[in-house]
Design a binder for this molecule. Structure first.
Ligand code: SF4
Ligand code: SF4
Length: 214
């Protein structure tokens, strides 16, 4: 399955057609216990805001309240269950976390006080670190390109970041959005020259000290 870009998605039935193939593929494949990662849940539980995942009673309140669950391969309740069962590959490569809109509805309603939104953020970070995020979905590609640019130069460059995302996910989009790009450039809303901070070495040192960066 190849992600064809947000502009192709206009109606929920199109979302369904995009996601059904992956969803079905996931459930068709039987998984043996030795293929699971028994340490996956512990690694996630140690990340900020994720310490309560073992308290989940699988009530489904989070999935029921989630406005995005209809588009997710695995709704929030299932994601928590899969983390605890060790389905590392399926969880980290799924679209689910990237479709989370960070509305905090699940977190506000969970009867066990599980910070599901924080779990979603943790999974995103983990997926990028392990290079398991879906490579053709624009959201993780954009997040990664943004981080790489800020890490390298200390400043974002919207134009370059968006162009890199386009080329990695759907190279036809720069042509389709050319007019809009020109208008943004003329109005000074999109820069083509990369801005840099002076003391980049210090930034790299700070990022390294928190376990990020080069
Ligand atoms: S609402 Fe909380 S306890 Fe219920 S399934 Fe979701 S995470 Fe688990
Ligand atoms: S924070 Fe994310 S997972 Fe939770 S309800 Fe909102 S969209 Fe769904």
């Amino acid at each position: 399955m190849v992600w064809k870009g947000w502009s192709n998605i206009k109606y929920s039935d199109k979302f369904d057609s995009v996601f059904t193939a992956k969803m079905w593929k996931g459930w068709k494949k039987a998984k043996f216990e030795e293929e699971l990662d028994p340490n996956f849940a512990e690694k996630i539980a140690q990340m900020p805001g994720c310490d309560r995942i073992y308290n989940c009673i699988q009530c489904g309140t989070c999935s029921g309240t989630c406005p995005m669950s209809v588009y997710m391969e695995y709704a929030p309740r299932k994601i928590i269950g899969m983390i605890r069962a060790g389905f590392k590959g399926e969880v980290l490569s799924s679209y689910t976390t990237w479709l989370c809109a960070s509305c905090y509805s699940c977190t506000a309603r969970c009867p066990k006080g599980i910070k599901i939104t924080d779990v979603m953020y943790a999974l995103k970070r983990f997926a990028i670190k392990e290079k398991m995020a879906p490579s053709k979905l624009p959201i993780p590609v954009l997040a990664n390109e943004f981080f790489e640019t800020v890490q390298k130069y200390g400043r974002n460059n919207e134009g370059m970041v968006v162009m890199k995302m386009y080329f990695k996910t759907n190279p036809t989009l720069p042509i389709r959005n050319l007019i809009m790009g020109i208008k943004l450039f003329i109005r000074g809303r999109m820069d083509v020259i990369q801005d840099k901070i002076v003391n980049r070495a210090q930034l790299h040192k700070i990022l390294k000290s928190v376990g990020s960066g080069h």
